[in-house]
Design a protein around this ligand. Structure first.
Ligand SMILES: Cc1cc2nc3c(=O)[nH]c(=O)nc-3n(C[C@H](O)[C@H](O)[C@H](O)COP(=O)(O)O)c2cc1C
Length: 235
């Protein structure tokens, strides 16, 4: 019998999970919420059925390991992309660059938009916005126009890239959250990331840090609420 272990361990020990019948080994620490694996399930399905985001304000500002970050980014770059247009860019905010981005871009843009001087609380919030986690991966949607692939599909690819990055980080047991917040819609922020505010958009900021505790489950829709099986009108 095989026990499913925490998601990062699923990845580390995936070779065992791909051979569930041959490997009756219990790996790693167990918690009550872990389920018994069905041989029909693979480790990706098990992970996707349980993964959760950890909100940025609850993550610890610890950077992912270099190799993990490289793998997370590589997973982002393997996103589905109709006709290989590559209509996206990734900008990583890491180390001192996070603070500089907050001070030189976020805080300035917030101040410029405010009719009144920012309160101390607002200044505190904006000067830390990109420093809640250990690293922020900004994803720019940069559609190629004109192109035979509709802009909508190119934008979907940028959104899917955010999903890939998020899932990759969460599968390695990092705290991760996809945020837009007001900076995603600010032209100065888009410019500072190398985008063209007239054409490009920020699909998301993927905040990645260290998990302090497991997040609670979130209410998910029942299948019947959102899914139907199409039937021909005359059937
Ligand atoms: C495009 C996009 C933008 C989002 N922006 C925000 C945001 O600005 N603030 C926020 O609290 N949650 C935002 N979220 C939601 C969270 O990232 C996350 O999906 C939600 O907390 C549910 O967590 P889950 O990943 O465990 O389902 C956004 C989600 C998406 C897809």
């Amino acid at each position: 019998m095989l026990v499913i272990v925490e998601s990062y361990q699923l990845c580390k020990y995936s070779k065992f999970l791909f051979q569930p019948l041959m490997c009756p080994v219990v790996v790693g620490k167990l918690h009550s919420y872990h389920q018994w694996a069905s041989p029909m399930k693979n480790n990706v399905i098990s992970f996707l059925l349980k993964r959760r985001s950890v909100v940025a304000k609850k993550m610890l500002p610890e950077e992912p390991a270099k190799e993990d970050l490289e793998n997370i980014i590589a997973c982002g770059l393997r996103v589905p992309d109709h006709s290989n247009v590559q209509p996206w860019r990734i900008v990583v905010l890491q180390g001192g660059a996070k603070r500089q981005f907050d001070e030189q871009v976020i805080l300035k843009a917030a101040q410029a938009d405010s009719k009144e001087p920012l309160s101390e609380a607002q200044q505190q919030l904006e000067s830390q916005r990109m420093q809640r986690g250990g690293v922020v991966i900004a994803v720019l949607s940069t559609p190629v126009v004109p192109h035979k692939i509709p802009v909508w599909e190119q934008q979907l690819s940028a959104g899917a890239m955010c999903t890939n990055l998020l899932l990759a980080a969460q599968s390695l047991d990092y705290a991760a959250q996809w945020l837009t917040e007001w900076p995603a819609y600010h032209t100065d922020v888009i410019s500072a990331l190398g985008g063209n505010p007239g054409a490009d958009q920020i699909a998301g900021f993927i905040h990645i840090g260290k998990k302090e505790q497991q997040p609670d489950e979130r209410k998910r829709p029942a299948t019947a609420e959102k899914v139907s099986w199409w039937k021909a009108p005359n059937s």
